[in-house]
Design a protein around this ligand. Structure first.
Ligand SMILES: [Fe+2]
Ligand SMILES: [Fe+2]
Length: 372
């Protein structure tokens, strides 16, 4: 990833030099040459280098990049200004193609050209065209609304989780694809939220609901299909660390003492540690696990995971879904809250616990669902 970051910052330096001076300036050639050789090294390991912009985040080869530095931030801004949400550099790219791309990006008024080895794209909002792995063998007609069967699928995957057993990753992907198909068919998202039937079902129902609500927000924001799936998987697993906490504490009906709270507050760390070790799980899942109790204002827990970095956009999305589902569910120690009550509590946390843009997006989407 260090090479990727260096490539991105060099590319941005070339672009800004081109904007500030002229496209003929000698250092544009020099910087582009440096970026080109870094790109060449990366393209020896794979057939393409894929960049994607989601919100203000840069995702390189499906991994969200943190700490991209000033030049990285500027590159995201520049791509957005150009309407680009995706740039793929394909093996076989020549220096002159990259050089042309640099000139093209640096000229504010110029449209994006087409290149043989650079594929560019805008966010494909609700393409409707789902790529479903043939192995999933979905019976599309039988899907209408969420059934206890779907919570059951989540339960099966969750019950397979122990520190010694492999997680059923294909199972998770299947669940997430089911969700996407279902919520694209059902305009009223609230019909898809499952009520908690029994105490022991809470974990699975909550995981299901948080995944649906997180993906729903991302869909409204126009996030790409593959990232939508990653968010779904990350949301399904956000509380996975709770499975490593003693049942007595987790299911205690009376108020928790300090020691018990401290134990509960370890679940983001346990979850992230567990997920980071698993192969095939999107990196985003560990990020969301560790960050979902962080707040937009930088507070929250676990204290050891709080740092100067901003909370990932996906963790912010999951945090909103988590809050909504937790409050609207009946728990042993309190009643379920009305949707409107939850939304007004959420509004109060705008800019505190939650990202104002996401709260706005969520409330607007909920209101249109409520008025259906
Ligand atoms: Fe949690
Ligand atoms: Fe949760």
């Amino acid at each position: 990833m260090e090479k990727m970051k260096l490539f991105l910052s060099t590319l941005m330096s070339a672009i800004s030099t081109c904007t500030l001076y002229s496209k003929e300036h000698a250092s544009v050639d020099e910087l582009t040459q440096k970026a080109f050789s870094l790109l060449g090294e990366m393209l020896q390991q794979s057939d393409s280098v894929e960049l994607m912009i989601v919100g203000d985040d840069l995702i390189a080869n499906k991994t969200p990049l943190r700490d991209v530095g000033m030049q990285g931030v500027n590159l995201v801004k520049r791509f957005k200004k150009k309407g680009l949400s995706r740039v793929d550099f394909i093996k076989g790219i020549t220096f002159s193609e990259l050089r042309l791309f640099v000139t093209n990006i640096s000229a504010v008024s110029e449209d994006i050209r087409t290149y043989a080895h650079i594929k560019t794209g805008v966010v494909d909002v609700r393409t409707g065209g789902l790529k479903i792995d043939a192995d999933f063998a979905l019976d599309l007609e039988s899907l209408s609304g969420f059934t206890s069967g779907q919570v059951g699928m989540v339960k099966d995957v969750y019950q397979g989780i122990t520190p010694f057993k492999k997680l059923n990753i294909a199972g998770l992907e299947e669940i997430v694809v089911h969700f996407i198909i279902t919520f694209r068919r059902e305009a009223n998202i609230l019909k898809l939220i499952s009520p908690v039937k029994s105490f022991s079902e809470y974990t699975y129902t909550h995981a299901t609901n948080v995944a649906v609500l997180s993906m729903f927000q991302a869909e409204v924001l126009g996030v790409r299909e593959d990232i939508l799936r990653d968010i779904g998987i990350a949301a399904l697993l956000h509380d996975v660390g709770k499975l490593f906490i003693s049942k007595e504490v987790l299911e205690k009906k009376d108020a928790l003492n300090q020691k018990e709270w401290d134990e509960i507050r370890m679940h983001p760390i346990y979850g992230a540690q567990y997920l980071a070790k698993l192969e095939g799980i999107p990196h985003l899942a560990s990020i969301v696990a560790i960050e979902h109790h962080r707040r937009f204002d930088g507070k929250g827990y676990p204290k050891s995971a709080l740092n100067n970095k901003t909370q990932h956009l996906c963790s912010q999305t999951v945090a909103i879904a988590d809050f909504f589902d937790a409050l609207r569910s009946r728990r042993p120690y309190r009643r379920a809250l009305e949707i409107k009550e939850v939304l007004s509590l959420m509004k109060r946390e705008t800019g505190g616990a939650f990202n104002p843009v996401l709260v706005d997006n969520f409330i607007r989407a909920m209101h249109s669902a409520l008025s259906e």
